[in-house]
Design a binder for this molecule. Structure first.
Ligand code: SDX
Length: 374
């Protein structure tokens, strides 16, 4: 392969962004200049969502207005509820997420308007409605009644309420909120780049987010948080972990939740999420997954010098919170809608069609023979 080819766009800078950056000088992911871990310590997810979408942290009045708009949109149309009811119960919830955002695009009065004002309004509707639709599917596939959203609850509390019919204690909600803050945005990752590529043809936000969800589903990207849990369930007991991971590495298996295209000595979101994973394990009085976590991590660093990414601690944390494993990546979706939307608006504001080149290695020119001569 020619040296000019940068397979996987490795190391290629394709555009500018103001939304986020991993700042090496503070060893942290930053959203619009604020360190993600500081945001986790001082803000709730709604404030961070506002920051990502509106470029600044909100004051009290702005936050109140934002929450008013978000809670008002926590409803689904009858059509969308019917679509959810018709979906095969065994559908992967990521496919459900992709489909419901697509259906929302059919219903939205502003689908064709790509102005930044309309995009912001549409982003808010997608942001508010997608968790409602996912929670509804969570219930429907178990043969349970849909639980309507409650305006008085925060975004995180409401998701627990709609899935389980109750809100857990404050520390669990905080751990969930922190995971949403950490998942909200990460520059030109695969799904965001997908959203920007779709947007670059001047397509609309519903289409771009639908494509982004399909991209996030893959196990090399957001789907890894589910794969981490499948791995931990396979390992089962801490006593099995050392043998399991050594055998997997001897087989040259890819270990889910480890490695990253950008971070080479550790994902800056991991220490914060690891801390909250520990807190949830303590509250749930279940340290099995924490022990497995530590053994696998130690061997990965010792044998491969490969560190965990954010999906490694979120997987078992969501499991301990009671979510079904196939709902882990959909939780990533309900957070990342903020980052995708900001990138879609940024792309629209300074658009250039994304259209790279490929080096051709197929047949030389050939003559087309008539069918009876082939
Ligand atoms: C996310 O980009 C983002 O920002 C994404 C994300 C976000 O917030 O949007 O951070 C979220 O997607 C996190 C990543 C989740 N994916 C996984 O956990 C899947 C497991 N990880 C990998 O497959 C891998 O590390 C990637 C896909 C994440 C990164 O792949 P790269 O940059 O293309 O690197 P690579 O696969 O070519 O690996 C380089 C080397 C290889 O060894 P050699 O062939 O050079 O000997 O490192 C090895 C790989 O085999 N390697 C691993 C490994 N990750 C890399 N070996 C075993 N297990 C792993 N997890």
């Amino acid at each position: 392969m020619s040296d000019d080819i940068k397979k996987g766009l490795l190391g290629i800078v394709v555009d500018e962004t103001e939304i986020s950056k991993v700042m090496p000088e503070i060893n942290s992911l930053t959203y619009r200049g604020y360190a993600a871990q500081d945001l986790c310590a001082r803000c709730k997810f709604e404030e961070v969502a506002y920051l990502i979408l509106n470029k600044e942290l909100p004051n009290k009045k702005q936050l109140k207005q934002f929450e008013k708009e978000e809670t008002k949109e926590r409803v689904l149309s009858k059509t969308l509820i019917n679509v959810l009811k018709q979906m095969p119960k065994k559908s992967h919830p990521m496919d459900v997420a992709r489909t419901v955002v697509s259906v929302m695009g059919l219903e939205d009065k502003e689908t064709k308007d790509n102005s930044s004002e309309a995009n912001l309004r549409k982003a808010m509707r997608i942001f508010a409605k997608t968790p409602v639709a996912l929670a509804a599917f969570y219930r429907l596939r178990k043969g349970k009644k849909i639980i309507p959203s409650k305006k008085k609850l925060t975004f995180a509390e409401n998701f627990f309420h709609m899935c389980f019919g109750k809100v857990p204690n404050k520390e669990i909600v905080k751990a969930f909120d922190v995971s949403l803050i950490l998942y909200a945005e990460h520059s030109f990752n695969v799904s965001t780049f997908t959203a920007r590529t779709i947007t670059s043809s001047l397509s609309d936000i519903h289409g771009a987010i639908t494509g982004a969800i399909a991209s996030l589903k893959g196990p090399l990207h957001g789907g890894a948080n589910e794969e981490v849990m499948h791995m931990m369930k396979k390992i089962k007991k801490p006593e099995n972990a050392l043998k399991w991971i050594n055998k997997a590495l001897d087989n040259k298996d890819v270990i889910m939740g480890f490695g990253h295209r950008v971070y080479k000595s550790g994902d800056s979101r991991v220490p914060t999420m690891r801390e909250y994973f520990g807190k949830v394990s303590k509250i749930k009085k279940d340290k099995v997954f924490e022990k497995i976590y530590e053994i696998v991590e130690k061997v990965m660093i010792k044998r491969k010098n490969i560190h965990p990414n954010v999906d490694y601690p979120t997987g078992p944390t969501y499991h301990l919170m009671g979510f079904d494993t196939d709902f882990f990546t959909p939780i990533f979706v309900i957070s990342r809608i903020t980052g995708w939307s900001a990138h879609i608006m940024e792309q629209h504001a300074a658009n250039k069609l994304i259209r790279p080149l490929a080096s051709y290695k197929g047949s030389k020119h050939r003559k087309v023979m008539q069918l009876n001569h082939r």
